[in-house]
Design a binder for this molecule. Sequence first.
Ligand code: TRP
Length: 351
Amino acid sequence: MDDKKGRILTGHRPTGPRHIGHLVGTLQTWAQLQDTYECFFLIADLHVMTTDFAHPERIPQNTLEVVTDWLAAGIDPRRSTLVLQSMVPQHAQLAMLFSMLVTVARLERNPTYKEQVQQLNLQPSLGLLSYPVLQASDILVYRADTVPVGEDQLPHLELAREIARRFNQTYSPFFPEPQALLSSTPRLPGTDNRTMHTSYGNAIFLGDSPEETTRKVMDMYTDPTRLRATDPGHVEGNPVFSYMEVFNPDTAEVDDLKQRYREGKVGDVAVKRRLAEVMNTYLEPIRRRRADLVRNPGAIIELLLEGTKSALPVAQATLEEAQERMGLHLAAGRRYEISGPSTTPLFGTFC
Ligand code: TRP
């Protein structure tokens, strides 16, 4: 892959089906990056356990949902590598080694951790505290240099860089300091204008039918200050127009609708009807691919497992290099020599 700009690792926790916020903010970017980078796309099923460990029934179903939606959105397993984290034990092994290089105090200062602890009714687990150490390992076990993520992941990426630096300084230069690649698309709000979230009831899913999509659009929050269609309306902060800008390629029509809305010359219902139309047109090819995929779930799992299998030797090679540099020569399968005053040297190979 010498013709590529670099190597990407990014991924999602398998939390459920993907929605249009994932699509326009993330998945379309990933799909495009496949042209210029060597890409690894990770299903972070160990990370999801930090919050969902008591619900083992959810993990396989959600994994299937996520991979299906990724493929429907244009992730191409012929060009990129899909990885199931829990099936590549090197992720956990390298994370264990990395855990020596970061203090508990540093992890406790992580803003994401602090937030989660506040929301939790439980005592935080060691797994939750070390979440970013595992994430650093996800990236560095493939020696990826580029990580397309949302802003919320920046604290984790900073930690990954610190760990890489610490390793390189303590032993010898080996890991790249991975850089975040932030999405330039603004985040799509939920249909109720809060953050779009799988479990808030405010998401439009890639798997929703056109009818379902239309229904959700017709129920959308708009401008709460506008009581009649003849009242002047607000376009800014109105999710119907945020969606219109993303899904309607006809910018002249969008500008015209905005102007008429501001002047009280077009009603919410008419704008929503038009939005439902343009969204259904936009989503049609993705839905078609998705409908083909769900006919054969076994084949989807097979693609995930094939990718995972091809990732194993890459991860193993990195792990062995890291082990050897950290003094675990035997674990790295290197030739060893034991000598003592009264014995002849012994030679052997561990594999
Ligand atoms: N923490 C990421 C999220 O919640 C998921 C993730 C796990 C990830 N490992 C990663 C993202 C490595 C980028 C790189 O979305």
